[in-house]
Design a protein around this ligand. Sequence first.
Ligand code: GLU
Length: 504
Amino acid sequence: MPSSPSPARVRFAPSPTGRLHIGGARTALYNYLLARQTGGQFILRLEDTDRKRYQPGSEQEIIDGLHWLGLEWDEGFDIGGPHAPYRQSERKAIYLEYAQKLIDSGHAYRCFCTPKRLEALRQQQHKRKQQPRYDGHCRTLTQAEIRQKLDAGQPYVVRFAMPREGSITAHDRLRGDITVQNSQLDDYILVKSDGLALYHLAAMVDDHLMGITHVFRGEEWLATFPLHVHIYNAFGWQQPEWVHLSVFLKPSGKGKMSKRESAQMAKGGQSIFVTDLEALGYLPEAVVNWIALMGWSYDDKTEFFTLDDLIEKFSLDKLNPSPAAINFTKFDHFNGLHIRHLHPDELARRVKPFLEQAGYQTDDETLKKIAPIIQPRIKTLDDAAVMAGFFFREQVVPTLDALVPRKTTPQQALAIARRALALLETLPGVDHATAEQPLRALAEEMGFSAGQVFGVLRGAVTGQRVSPPLFESMAIVGREKVLERLRQAVRILAENAQNFAASR
Ligand code: GLU
């Protein structure tokens, strides 16, 4: 059952002040799911009024990250739409118009207090152990006083005229009613002295004008949530459904991840940044599955979800207000599940760039053969380069370590390699059906386990101790190359076995 029968208009409204991380991506995802489920619209709005914290590059990263995750939007700062512009820096005049409406209706006022006076006030309140708060000094200025200050060109901010008495009840979808005494709230600044609206005004005006029905945002906005409800009421607008999502905690579960910790983590091969996850070889499907379940669940057991499943099953009722710890082990697990869920040809297409990046020249035909045999064995797409690079190497030069299986001496490995080579030279192929039985028989005859014989072959052909299944791999490498690599292994082992004997 869809949680909202009428089409939802929802927005993801990031500030271009840093990289797109999984917290933001989850907010975007929930918006997207609700929009698609209800046949509504998903809007991408850029909240770029804070020029000091603006980071060039982050707009593109947001766009790239969302595209990669498959969360396509219907209206946005890059594609426009019926409520354009969707970039707050281009909507300044609109906010001033609405600030004026609040002033005219007595819900806001101009405050001409100088930074110096405000600082003195702060210190005084600090000394008296009072909460820092504006004292309402300019709230009672007469029209004549205001006119005079304006004429004199005195800078001012616009503040919300918070009611002094009574209380406000704000309703959050996950947390229920939150009631606060108005006396606990401040006369918050809505427009700064440079004429730029702050989030409190800009986001409310935009959400209303853009017809937003559900506001998904981080729980860091709970503190000023009552103000936002006041602003809606002051305009006489209908409240949207407010949904404050819990924060993500560090993997340890202790506290929120700091900027520095996130950057540190990215260096260690794990990351909370969306475009890093792409580069590390994670699938967007796995990211979506993972973050969907960090704050939402379907039931106690189902853990595998595609984006389409989520569109069908997502519901606001199953959102969870308690914070979730980031669990990378789970993430790897999901990535494995989604890798195995891909069509092998699709997996071939996706591992290609990772192999190429590792310096291999690949061909699609071989890639398609490899895909099904690495599919059950790789955790990330990047693992394919380590696991399957040997398929694309002209030459594989194994180390002695790779050629000598456990509980086997170099001399024994040499004997195995020689006999296996002689045997394979007599066989028409190196595939499962042709070669496995004869090699098993050889092992028995020589008094070794099949594992020892296969281990030597694996080292010779792949140069690795761990590889996709031996016979499938040999079949793809091809008989000629297998024999060539086995001859090389004999040479390497012979040299080393001699050294080994000489050193005794
Ligand atoms: N720009 C705000 C942020 O990045 C958006 C909050 C909201 O979605 O209302 O936190």
